[in-house]
Design a protein around this ligand. Sequence first.
Ligand SMILES: Cc1cc2nc3c(=O)[nH]c(=O)nc-3n(C[C@H](O)[C@H](O)[C@H](O)COP(=O)(O)OP(=O)(O)OC[C@H]3O[C@@H](n4cnc5c(N)ncnc54)[C@H](O)[C@@H]3O)c2cc1C
Length: 459
Amino acid sequence: MDSGLIDKLAGVVGKDGVLTTPEDLAAYSYDGTFAEGAPDVVVLPRSTEQTADVMKLAAETRTPVVARGMGSGLAAGSIPAVAGGMVVSFTRMNRILEIDPRNSTVFTQSGVVTATLQAEVEKLGLFYPPDPSSIKHSTIGGNIACNAGGPRCLKYGVTGNYVLGLTVVLADGRVLRTGGKPIKDVTGYNLNGLFTSSEGTLGLVTEALLRLVARPRHAKTALAEFDSLDNAARAVNEVLAEGIVPASLELMDQTAIACIEEAMHLGLETDVAASLIIETDGADEATVTREAEAAGRICRNVGARTVKVAQTEEERAGLWKARRSISPSLARKAPNKLGEDITVPRSAIPEVVQKIRAISQKHGLPIVIFGHAGDGNLHPNILFDKRDAGQWAKVEEMVREIFAVALAVGGTLSGEHGVGVLKRPYFEQALGPVSVAVQRAVKAALDPLGILNPGKMFA
Ligand SMILES: Cc1cc2nc3c(=O)[nH]c(=O)nc-3n(C[C@H](O)[C@H](O)[C@H](O)COP(=O)(O)OP(=O)(O)OC[C@H]3O[C@@H](n4cnc5c(N)ncnc54)[C@H](O)[C@@H]3O)c2cc1C
């Protein structure tokens, strides 16, 4: 990269905000997948103004810009997909600027870690519900860019449901401010919605105004264990059909449970076919308990072997520790995993699970299935060794078959991880040519030089 540009970038963000050594660049070449790709330079702005000046320099020199939060993404979205270019990392923009209890909002820089923001608002009795399992190592900006979900999103909705306003640096360096504190706002297009889940392809999110709710004072968490995965999937539908909307309804299959137990020694039964973690929450303890008991009863009626309700906060934390440990514990089973993120109509879960298992058997590679079953959002994780070319070829075919299964039942490629590089080949198949043409037109209008996260989604 031109040393003149590096000097100008240092002039904007300071010398310590520009990284160019091979060691530093290597640290920004990975995300939560097995993909890799090094930038020519990493820039760490501290403000919207600095980000805008960096973007102006990128536009002048037609340098590709890849936005990056914590790099926990599971679609290779924050890794340069075309040679070199610039990564703009938001980890230094980690200040919470205002918590407004009267309007239940928080205004924050986009690089704040999600768990930090949650902890700060909870000190004031407020609650920011979106809870990706990566809350401790992902940023609000990354969550917005991918419209992150999580276990609690069944009842509370996903990140996009909490975005009231954004500060976005556009491809030419102009600063766009959207939305505001009014809850209702139909003045013009829904630009919050446009930038949410745009994966860094339309602009750089530097600040966000987020809606908060009152912190639920009570929660009950139960583990229902099933001898049949079909019955676990049926229980999900029956609980919801009863009018109970738990905060979370999480599914783990036998392989997932066995992996967690092997890694964490939490005392989980490993001979069950599937488990559901069910959490009810709210302001009224009696209602929360009644709903938890009703959900447990339904699970038993549908064939649950056992339903264990956490009796202490420690037991509850243990169940969530188990759920959040699935991804890391799979690493003990195989050198690589490819975690998919399909979403299907809830009623199709049993059929989809069966078909995914058939794909696993056909190709002889394990697929671990877990996910936010209440949302129909499943994470089939293929375990493999990428060094083995034969296995990699099988994985590519298995992914294609898994997507075909999801699309055939009216589902979609991604519920929360985004498209990035990994799902790019299937984008048009999922959306059709008209939708892709509309999205290309939006992209061309906002980023005519094509410098924002090139090679991602369809761009
Ligand atoms: C163990 C594990 C568990 C996970 N669990 C969940 C889960 O339950 N739910 C879920 O939704 N996801 C989950 N994820 C995926 C990942 O954590 C989310 O996609 C998260 O939102 C990414 O945040 P990040 O800050 O790490 O973003 P990055 O990985 O750095 O970037 C992700 C994408 O967002 C863009 N981006 C980042 N910051 C900005 C910005 N400020 N402006 C514009 N674009 C930006 C990047 O260009 C990239 O396209 C998990 C990941 C791991 C490793």
